[in-house]
Each structure stands twice: as C-alpha cells, then as structure tokens.
Design a protein. Structure first.
Lengths: 183, 180
C-alpha cells in the first residue's frame, strides 16, 4: 500500500481529516494527542494496514513553538510499508497515552521519552528511568537543559589541561604563517 | 637485588634482606586484576589476558570478584549511572588496591566531554595510579600500565603502609559527599 492510501485509510478509520506529509519511507501523519492511542490501534489492526512493528518512538523539542513533537516510526512486515505517526504536545505539560497495549516494545521507548523530554506517559506499567541514574535531575534532551554543576558530589566539568594560555604568557608561534606574511 | 645478601650455610642457602622487598616481590608478581569493563576498552583488556599478550606470564590473572582482586582497570566510558557501581566494586576490593585508568574516556571523559551522561574522568570517583592514553590503548600499552603498577609496588614501604604510617591515597569521592 502506498503512503497516500495509508494516510487516507487512517483518516477514514478515525473519521477525521488528518495533516499528512512526506513521501515514500518518510510519509507521516499528525494526529491530535488525545487520539494517539486510537490512531495507533487503527494502524495496528486496520484492514490492509497491519503495522506490526514499532521501529522507534522518539520526540523533538521545539521551544520556539512551545511544542514537543512525538514521532512513532512504524513498519509492517506483513505489507512491507512504513509510516511515521506524529503528534504535537504542549511543551509546558506534555502528556500522552502509552502505546504499550498496542506494541509492548513501546514501554522502554516511553521510559526514555519520559526521562529525556519529560513527557508524562499515561497508563505505563513501569515508569522508571531507563538510561539515566534514578535520581537524575531534569530532562537532558530538552533544548534549554542546564547541566548541574555536580552530581552526587562528582563535578560534571573538568578544566581543559591544554586550555589556551592568557595572551603574552604562553609560547609564541614561530612557525610559518598562513597566509604568509609579506617580506 | 643488590641489597640482598645470599649466604650458603650448613643447612642450605640463606638470603638476608629487607622484609619489605620480599613481601613486595610476592605482591607484584601476583597482580590479579578485576575482570570488569565499562565500554569498548574492555575488548583490549580481553586481548591483554589472551594468549598473544599473555599477561599471565607476569602473574597477572583476572579475577571475577573484587574480593580477590588487587587492580581495577577502568576500561572504557563511565556513565553517571555506573559511577556508584564502580565505587562499590572499588570499596569491596581488599586493601592495598591499585587503579589503572584505561583510555581517553576513563582519563578525562574523552570524546564525551560536555555529555550529560558521562563522568569526566575516572579519577573523580576512585583514586587512579596509572593513566593510559589511547582510544583504545593497545594491549601492549595496558601491559605496560600493569608493569608500572609492579614498579610502584616494588618501591612501596609495604610494612610501614600496613601499620598506617603512610596515609592511603586521597579519596576523590569521600563517603560524605555520596548519596546512598
């Protein structure tokens, strides 16, 4: 099934006109956040759609627009077609339903989504940090993330041993100049 | 060992010398390292234990438990999540213990400078004795690092240290600053 047909069929199942774009393997559909799980289920179980594989689930932080875009990259082994399911969340309080009921593989992706972007996952059975330490502060993949100075007493910065010395204190470069100086 | 006197007595050969030297000789030739790797440098660590480099010929064999290990080799990138685990392994090792920081990541964070996930040097967690540059260091380099530890042991006034006359190395991450 080609991307346009997939997008049309999903629109029919949800009974709404959806924002679509992309072509080929990059085709995407944007659904409202409250219909996220419904759209996922439609893609998984829909006649001729059969998206049986969740390739990845990730997000993009867009502070200028005040949004966090969540994207689920889907593939169907049965039909050999692909689609990206997207939604846009409010950056101040991002909240989304868990896809674990549709693709159990989503659980770990959602744990990462939660720790890296601060997206709250509804109905997640085991929402813990996946990669970061349990007590890590903040959400590192947000654009405005500020690294703490210390973590549990370990400094998070290390002064560069070969930092440029202040002017006049270091050795002078006596090698050839580029561009060469006029004689 | 020029400072050891060897005499042939009526009941056999007798060597007279400093007991420190004797104990250090025993210690440096049974330098057991902890089988422990945090990232890709561990592959070179395995090579060092393998037949081509063969650290075994210097009495260096790997131990799978920190209780029996003398040397910890920080082989690879250390994430913050791993930091407390590494510290626990270090604390479980019996005194007197040595640490080799293997490769750029364990030395300074290396490639992962300014990362939110990587400790900017193993010496912020445990006291390090030998730093090995490289990404990764070759097995020969690691073997040299282990031999530098041997040289360090050889010079140590071992009994004075056991009796507490010489303070232990400065702890970069003392218990008070750590969270449980």
């Amino acid at each position: 099934m080609n991307p346009t047909e997939i997008q049309e069929r999903l629109g029919q199942r949800l009974g709404a006109s959806l924002e679509c774009g992309g072509a080929g393997a990059d085709a995407f559909v944007i659904v409202p956040a409250e219909r996220w799980l419904e759209a996922a289920r439609a893609l998984r179980e829909g006649e001729g759609l059969d998206f049986d594989y969740l390739r990845s689930l990730t997000a993009v932080d867009r502070p200028a627009e005040g949004k966090i875009d969540v994207a689920a990259h889907l593939f169907s082994y049965k039909r050999r077609h692909a689609l990206t399911l997207k939604t846009r969340l409010d950056r101040a309080a991002p909240r989304i339903a868990s896809l674990g009921a549709v693709w159990p593989a989503a659980h770990w992706h959602e744990r990462e989504l939660w720790e890296m972007f601060g997206v709250a996952i509804e109905n997640h059975p085991d929402l813990r940090h996946l990669l970061l330490p349990e007590d890590w502060p903040g959400h590192p993949l947000r654009k405005d993330y500020a690294m703490p100075e210390r973590y549990q007493g370990i400094p998070t910065r290390r002064p560069a041993p070969l930092a440029e010395p202040a002017a006049g204190t270091g050795p002078t470069n006596t090698g050839p100049k580029n561009p060469p100086e006029a004689p | 060992m020029s400072d050891v006197l060897v005499e042939r007595g009526p009941e056999g050969t007798v060597a007279v010398g400093a007991i420190d030297r004797m104990l250090n000789l025993c210690r440096e030739h049974s330098l057991w390292y902890l089988l422990f790797g945090t990232a890709c440098c561990a592959i070179e660590l395995m090579q060092t234990g393998g037949p081509r480099t063969d650290a075994d010929r210097f009495g260096m064999v790997f131990r799978s438990t920190p209780r029996q290990a003398d040397v910890m080799i920080l082989a690879g990138t250390i994430s913050y999540k791993m930091a407390s685990r590494i510290r626990r392994l270090y604390d479980q090792m019996a005194d007197y213990k040595y640490v080799i920081s293997m490769g750029s990541c364990a030395n300074t964070g290396g490639l992962f400078k300014d990362s939110y996930a990587v400790v900017q040097g193993g010496d912020l967690i445990v006291p390090v004795d030998v730093y090995l540059p490289g990404c990764p260091p070759r097995p020969e380099s690691l073997l040299e690092g282990l031999m530098l530890i041997q040289q360090k042991i050889e010079r140590e006034p071992w009994l004075s240290r056991v009796r507490g006359k010489i303070p232990p190395p400065k702890d970069p991450w003392p218990e008070g600053s750590r969270c449980p």
